[in-house]
Design a protein around this ligand. Sequence first.
Ligand code: FMN
Length: 245
Amino acid sequence: MNDVIKLLNNHRSLRKFTDEKLSLETIKTLVGAAQSASTSSYVQAYSIMGVTDPEKKKALREISTQSYVEHNGHLFVFVVDFYRHKELAEQAGEEISYDKTENLIVGVVDASLAAQNMAVAAESMGLGICYIGSLRNDIKKTGEILGLPEGAFALFGMVAGYPEDEGSQKERLPFEAVYHENTYQRIDEVQSDIEAYDQRISDYYSERTGGKRDDKWSEQIIDMLSKKQRLDVDTVLKENGFLGQ
Ligand SMILES: Cc1cc2nc3c(=O)[nH]c(=O)nc-3n(C[C@H](O)[C@H](O)[C@H](O)COP(=O)(O)O)c2cc1C
């Protein structure tokens, strides 16, 4: 197994960091790695924000409710961004729109590929990272705090920093349940693999929490997906010119 695969397979989200801040050189290296990701039609429909202002970090922590949004080596926010495209078109006397679901997919995929490149780059430098989707607990306010213009919205944050602990690795679904060859396998063909996985995850939580928690993976995702949450996201995206008017 080569070093890149070893690094990828060793991923775990880290949420406790030392007080050491990322240097500008490190930030530039990480942003450069992020920007090297493929981008749909070369459109580069994202921006990356760094948040260093303590007041803004505090306000974003309140939205996310997660302490590591405030305490980290650096807080990045990945923004889906068609603002600059719109402005450049206007300057050229043209009109563009990005209101189709396809445009939204392009922006979200572009930003996500860039983010994952950054995550891998950071981990290769001995840093830890955690994505912060909880900034979408109040996507409008997050946008206001960051001064986002129309055509841009905050997709997620990413905290990075020098690890204070090693974290722990969470096993993924088994190969058999995720990889389908030629024809999609329905649930009954992979049920036993998923059940065995569920049991391992339950044991993992039980061991980590001294028995306080022993939920299975399938219980977790049913609970998560049955909640109607962040219903304001559609409205805010529409206000910003996405998803039709
Ligand atoms: C888009 C995205 C958003 C996430 N948002 C959060 C978050 O708000 N808070 C958090 O603690 N972890 C967040 N995570 C981390 C996931 O919980 C984590 O990746 C998952 O549980 C698997 O654990 P691992 O990364 O340690 O392997 C997010 C991950 C992704 C990809």
